[in-house]
Design a protein around this ligand. Structure first.
Ligand SMILES: [Zn+2]
Length: 413
């Protein structure tokens, strides 16, 4: 008995290695992959020798705040100002308003080729669980197109009004995937990390912290986070966002901390768009870049990824939810302009980010979810330097950007 024809075949794709490939997809998965497929699908796409990669993974967004920049009404220049303005705005946000803005931001991300993302959502006495519940609905709406993970994030700290810890617990019980944290702004960063570990282990949830967004080496709590991760046996389940103070520490400290982070299997997510905008403002010349030391971390074997962070909100007027645009920025700012560096940037937006989020079935191998992007580029280097737009985006085997050709009578294999 012969197998049914594929729902969709992608022809003449080029993989990152430069090898040609044709992919047959059915029931949302990659059924078969060969250099040349000798069958027809119900639908076909001719990639025309374009670079084809798994869908982008944006590991750090704030969908609840996205596209609210037009509401701020006053100039924002520092992180503390941004947090204060955001606090004022969110007091009046309804679930419906958050859902509407977040949905538009997800649509922007999908158009740019993102098929999985992780968003933080403020959970505190100001906004309660309104943001979380709105994003839960967005997650449902995009089910089947984008894999969305939600991190319950105590933006205002654990001791702010409204029993924040209880609300985080509630969010985890109602479907949050991970618990967030913000130790650098806590009176006792170690205690903050301890409390969040207790919460995470009780709920078997992953951890994803805004470790610090500071130029001050004294704000470094990443080393303690790595030590706790090892002590708790939480290797591979912790993500550390920003970590900008790590760029301000002496080299021996950087080596020591990076080795512990690598041993703990912590992914560092660098967020160049927001941090280039907000950090380094208090520096006399020379002004620091306010970025985690990406090349040093990679050299120590740390998994490093990057994300969009804020999309036009009180923290930054910038943001288009395009991973390659942020990648181009990162390639400049982190000195990743060699061929190898540019390829690493692409990995940081795909496989490395997928590893951070623990995504299963990710990639272009047979059996993986059929989430992929055909870019207007032939090589990974060209994709980054041109911030290549997608020609086709395929989510679970269906083209969501670009059309496929319908074949009236596909041949059986
Ligand atoms: Zn963030």
């Amino acid at each position: 008995m012969s197998a049914p024809p594929c729902d969709l075949i992608l022809r003449w794709a080029l993989l990152e290695s430069g090898a040609p490939a044709e992919l047959g997809m059915s029931a949302g998965r990659i059924l078969t992959r060969r250099a040349v497929l000798r069958v027809q699908g119900r639908q076909e796409i001719d990639a025309g020798g374009r670079l084809t990669i798994p869908g982008f993974v944006d590991p750090h967004l704030h969908l609840d705040k996205a596209l609210s920049w037009g509401e701020i009404g006053e100039p924002v220049e520092t992180l503390s100002q941004a947090i204060a303005v955001s606090r004022r705005l969110k007091a009046s946000w309804t679930e419906e308003a958050i859902e509407e803005r977040a949905s538009r931001a997800v649509a922007m991300a999908v158009r740019a080729g993102t098929t999985a993302l992780r968003t933080h959502v403020d959970v505190d006495g100001v906004i309660g669980l309104r943001g979380f519940r709105a994003l839960r609905r967005v997650r449902e709406r995009y089910q089947g197109t984008v894999r969305i993970q939600i991190v319950a994030f105590p933006q205002e700290g654990l001791d702010a009004e409204g029993h924040v810890e209880d609300m985080l617990r509630r969010a985890l019980e109602e479907g949050a995937d991970a618990v967030g944290g913000i130790p650098a702004r806590a009176p006792d960063p170690r205690r903050h990390i301890d409390r969040l570990f207790r919460l995470a282990t009780q709920h078997d949830a992953d951890i994803d912290m805004h470790v610090d967004e500071s130029d001050d080496p004294a704000d470094l709590s990443l080393e303690y986070l790595a030590e706790r991760t090892l002590a708790e046996g939480y290797e591979g389940r912790v993500v550390a966002g920003h970590c900008t103070s790590l760029a301000a520490v002496p080299l021996p400290v950087l080596h020591r901390v990076a080795a512990k982070v690598a041993a703990a299997g912590i992914t560092i997510v660098t967020l160049p768009s927001t941090n280039l905008h907000l950090q380094g403002r208090c520096d006399p010349p020379p002004v620091r870049r306010g970025l985690a030391p990406v090349r040093a971390l990679l050299a120590e074997g740390v998994n490093v990824a990057y994300g969009s962070d804020n999309i036009r909100d009180p923290f930054t007027p910038f943001g288009n939810a395009r991973m390659l645009e942020v990648g181009l920025l990162l390639a400049h700012a982190a000195h990743l302009g060699t061929g190898r560096g540019l390829r690493t940037v692409l990995e940081m937006a795909t496989g490395r980010a997928a590893r951070a989020l623990g995504l299963d079935g990710y990639g272009l191998d047979e059996g993986c979810l059929a989430d992929l992007v055909v870019l207007e580029a032939a090589t990974p280097e060209e994709a980054i330097v041109s911030a290549a737009p997608p020609r086709w985006v395929i989510a679970r085997g269906h083209p969501v950007v670009g059309a496929a050709r319908e074949l009236a009578s596909p041949s059986l294999p």
